[in-house]
Design a protein around this ligand. Structure first.
Ligand code: GDP
Length: 385
C-alpha cells in the first residue's frame, strides 16, 4: 500500500522524515509523497529528507512563525487559516500511486495536537481515499497529557483508522531525549514501512504478500490500531544433532523446528506492541511474516494465524508472507485493528482530566495571590484611578 505522509508539528515532521530516511536505506518504496507542516520556522530546520518545497510554514500575519507554545487551540486555528495553502501544496500527490493518506503527529504539544485533527477532517472531504492517522502519545505528564487526550479523541474521530504509538514504551534512561526520539522515530518508520509494504507486489512481481483488499478491509474497521513486531536471526534449523538426524527424518524435524520458530516469533510480536492494548478486543488482525523462504513454512503461518484468531476473537486474520531469498532475519509484523480497550488510553484520559483540574486550581491560586498582593483589606490606601 502506498501512502502520502503528512507530518504536522515537530514530532510528526521528524517521524515522516525518518520514513523517507529508512525508505532510502531499505529500498521499501511505499511513501508516494511526503510533507512537513509546522508553525515554528526553527523546527522545520531539523527536517532533512523532505524537500524544502514540501515543507510548509503555517503562520498568520499576527504570528511570527514561532510555534504554538503547546496550545492546541492555536495549532487548530493556524491549520484552519492555512488550509488553502496546504490544499494547493498537496496537489502534487500522485493520485494513481497513492492508496491512502497518512497524517502523522506527536500528540501533546500545540501544532500537531491541534492541527492534525483539523487537517484529517478536511482531507476526508478533499479525497476519496482513506485518511489514516499516526498518533504518538507523550511520555511526559501534566499539561501535555491534557492536550494529548483531547487531540487523541478528535484525531480518532476524524481518521479512518488511528495507528497509535506510545513514546513511554520506548524510553530508555541511558539515551538523551534527542537520541531517544531518533531511535523511536526510526523504529516507528521501520515497523510501519514493513507493514505498509505488506499489500505491495513482491520483488519478483509474482505474488502479493497480503491481499491488498484484505488489508484495506482490516484497516477500514476503524478505531485505533496497534502494531506488534518481532524479529530474530533466522539461523539454520537445528534438528538436535547428527545422530538423531540419521535415526529420524531430518528434513521433517527441520520443518517442525522452523514452524515452531515462526510461531514463536509471531507470539513475540504480540508482546511487543507500539502501545499496550487489550488484544482480545481487536476486531481485525493482519499478519505479515518475512524472512528466508524456507523459514516461512505453510504450517507455521497457519498455526500463527490460528493463534492470533484465538487470541483476539477476530472473525478473520488476513495474512501473507514476504519470502526474501538470502535474508538472515525472520520477522513478524501484526496489526491489531479496531482495538476496543487499552489501559494506556484510559490512563491518558484520566491523567488528562487530572491535569486539567490542576491547571484550573493553579490558575485560581495565582489569581487569588494577585488579588491579595495588590489589595488592601482595610481599604485605606485607595486606588489611583
Ligand atoms: P508540536 O510541534 O507543538 O506539535 O509538539 P511536539 O511535536 O514538539 O511535541 C509533542 C509531543 O511529541 C511531546 O510529548 C514530545 O515529547 C513528543 N516528541 C517531540 N519530538 C518527537 C520526536 O521526534 N519523536 C517522538 N516520538 N516524539 C516526539
Amino acid at each position: 500500500m502506498e501512502v502520502a505522509a503528512i507530518g504536522i508539528g515537530n514530532g510528526g515532521c521528524k517521524v515522516v522524515d525518518s520514513f523517507i530516511e529508512v525508505s532510502g536505506e531499505t529500498g521499501v518504496e511505499v511513501i508516494s509523497d511526503a510533507f512537513a507542516l509546522n508553525t515554528a520556522e526553527s523546527d522545520l530546520s531539523v527536517v532533512n529528507e523532505i524537500p524544502a518545497s514540501k515543507q510548509l510554514l503555517l503562520t498568520s500575519p499576527e504570528m511570527r512563525a514561532s510555534g504554538t507554545g503547546n496550545k492546541p487551540e492555536l495549532g487548530a486555528e493556524l491549520m484552519e487559516q492555512n488550509l488553502t495553502v496546504v490544499k494547493n501544496a498537496l496537489a502534487s500527490i500522485p493520485h494513481h500511486s497513492t492508496d491512502a493518506l497518512l497524517v502523522v503527529a506527536a500528540l501533546g504539544g500545540g501544532t500537531g495536537s491541534g492541527g492534525a485533527p483539523v487537517l484529517a477532517n478536511e482531507l476526508r472531504t478533499w479525497y476519496d481515499i482513506p485518511v489514516f492517522g499516526l498518533g504518538i502519545l507523550p511520555s511526559e505528564h501534566g499539561h501535555l497529557e491534557f492536550n494529548a487526550a483531547r487531540s487523541f479523541m478528535d484525531f480518532g474521530k476524524t481518521t479512518d483508522n488511528l495507528f497509535v504509538v506510545d513514546n513511554a514504551r520506548y524510553l530508555s534512561s541511558s539515551d538523551s531525549i534527542q537520541e531517544s526520539y531518533r531511535r523511536i522515530n526510526r523504529d516507528i518508520a521501520q515497523k510501519w514501512l514493513t507493514f505498509l509494504n505488506a499489500g505491495e507486489q513482491s520483488e519478483d512481481g509474482a505474488e502479493m504478500y497480503v491481499d491488498a483488499a484484505d488489508l484495506f478491509a482490516v484497516l477500514e474497521m476503524g478505531g485505533i490500531s496497534v502494531l506488534g513486531f518481532a524479529s530474530e536471526a533466522a539461523g539454520s534449523a537445528d534438528s538436535g544433532g547428527l545422530i538423531e538426524r540419521f535415526r529420524t527424518n531430518g528434513s521433517q524435524i527441520d520443518h517442525n523446528v522452523r514452524t515452531r520458530k515462526l510461531v514463536d516469533t509471531v507470539k513475540a510480536a504480540t508482546r511487543n506492541l507500539t502501545m499496550e492494548a487489550d488484544l482480545e478486543t481487536a476486531e481485525g488482525v493482519s499478519l505479515l511474516v518475512s524472512g528466508p523462504p524456507a523459514a516461512l513454512t505453510q504450517q507455521g503461518i497457519e498455526q500463527s494465524r490460528q493463534y492470533l484468531q484465538d487470541l483476539t476473537g477476530a472473525q478473520r486474520v488476513s495474512h501473507g508472507d514476504d519470502p526474501r531469498a538470502g535474508s538472515e532475519e525472520l520477522s513478524a509484523a501484526v496489526l491489531f485493528s479496531n482495538v476496543g480497550s487499552a489501559h494506556r488510553v484510559d490512563e491518558l484520559k484520566q491523567r488528562g482530566k487530572n491535569a486539567k483540574r490542576e491547571i484550573e486550581r493553579r490558575r485560581q491560586e495565582r489569581a487569588a495571590k494577585r488579588r491579595d498582593m495588590f489589595s488592601d483589606p482595610d481599604d485605606e490606601l485607595g486606588s489611583l484611578f
